[in-house]
Write a protein that binds this ligand. Structure first.
Ligand code: KG4
Ligand code: ZN
Length: 376
């Protein structure tokens, strides 16, 4: 176990500049952010390289391919953003990297690079939980005050988190099987669409003429928790598809629309429940933030906005580049931690599993990994 270092907290009005590195899944990314005393954030440089084309032939992320490609790129990406920002390492306050959760070979690439740069420059290292990066990502766009409710929906995560402060998050719900993005990707695969399937399925659904033709199950309809389940949906989509003799384009579009509607309804229903629970403890923070690739889906957005409006919640969808995996959110989480005097020792480990909310993870180990899905 690494010792946790701490520095004297930084004077609140002084800006903090941090380099952030991310490689926990299939995106290699580096960014530099400057966090001002009033909460404003400047992203001074940012780069993301995705590996979609490398993984597409396999219909999902292949850990060995991801790890090798991260290892080849991290160094270059770090140097590129430093050049783009016109900074030398002396101008940084700290170097942050995702230390988990994620594919361990990938996580190590960014963390080892950050350790090397921290040793070389004498700057402190900050090990960031990838989920905390997502949780704080709306602050890249506006100085949003704590608390808020976060729905994180991507190919790797499906979680509802009450975000009360830096390092203070409570998980209200999580998927018990597939991630929401996985539900889109698997349904898309049944319909003969390529990877990643979410955007392709949304496009096909747009051509539907009778979206209510296929009856798909309503997952966990009577379950009182805020958890999610998508495994049954994929099976039902497959069964409906196999029931068609020679599926026409119109059949496929109707089924795509039915699958999309079922996913959107489930996400919205569970999030509505979470808003009710969250609002009891946080009467002041009526803000719902939706992040992750699936939050790009228009039907999902509409369904969430409807539930939020009904409860007097404002909805905030960060721009897609900060919703999906990126390094600006890691640099920002690092800057927020640095400002509070929290840094890490150089022997801090990379972790495949690292739940944000350790209380909930101990109470319910099945859901505690912090990560579920094909990318888990
Ligand atoms: O956040 P993200 O880019 O990567 C991680 O999983 O970390 O999310 C990717 C997921 C994929 O499953 C993809 O199919 C899904 O988000 N996705 C969508 C849409 N765009 C991306 N799903 C539904 N509709 C979309 N427009
Ligand atoms: Zn992510």
């Amino acid at each position: 176990m690494a010792l946790s270092h701490s520095h004297t907290p930084v004077q609140a009005d002084r800006p903090v500049t941090v380099l952030g590195l991310e490689s926990s899944c299939d995106d290699s990314a580096a960014a530099i952010v400057r966090l001002h005393g009033d909460g404003r954030v400047d992203v001074l440089a940012e780069r993301v390289i995705n590996q979609n084309s490398a993984h597409a032939p396999f219909g999902g992320v292949v850990p060995e391919i991801a790890a090798r490609s991260h290892a080849e790129r991290m160094d270059h990406l770090a140097r590129e953003v430093m050049e783009e920002a016109g900074l030398d390492f002396g101008a940084l306050d700290a170097i942050a990297a995702t230390a988990g959760p994620g594919l361990i070979g990938g996580v190590m690439a960014a963390l080892m690079t950050a350790k090397g740069l921290a040793i070389g420059s004498g700057k402190p290292l900050i090990a960031v939980n990838h989920l905390e990066g997502h949780a704080l990502s709306p602050r890249l766009v506006e100085p949003l005050a704590f608390p808020w409710l976060l729905l994180l929906v991507s190919g790797g995560h499906t979680q509802l988190l009450s975000v009360e402060g830096v390092g203070q998050m409570t998980r209200l719900g999580s998927t018990i099987d597939d991630a929401a993005g996985e539900a889109f990707d698997k349904s898309a695969k049944v319909l003969g669409l390529g990877f990643p399937g979410g955007p392709a399925l949304e496009k096909l659904a747009g051509a539907a003429t009778d979206p209510s033709r296929f009856a798909l199950p309503r997952m966990l309809a009577r379950d009182p928790s805020c958890n999610f389940s998508f495994a049954g949906l994929k099976t039902a989509v497959k069964r409906s598809f196999d029931g068609l003799h020679t599926p026409s384009d119109a059949d496929r579009a109707d089924l795509a629309a039915a699958a999309q509607a079922a996913i959107a309804a489930h996400l919205a229903q569970r999030t509505g429940r979470a808003m009710d629970i969250y609002a009891q403890d946080n009467p002041q923070g009526r803000v719902l933030v939706a992040a992750g690739g699936v939050a790009a889906n228009t039907a999902v957005r509409k369904a969430l906005v409807k539930e939020a409006d009904a409860r007097g919640f404002r909805t905030l969808f960060p721009p897609l580049k900060y919703c999906t995996d990126n390094a600006a959110m890691i640099a920002l989480a690092g800057a927020e931690r640095f400002r509070l005097g929290r840094t890490d020792a150089l022997d801090v480990p990379a972790r495949a599993r690292w739940p944000l909310d350790t209380g909930a993870a101990i109470a319910d180990p099945l859901l505690g990994s912090g990560r579920k899905g094909p990318k888990a």
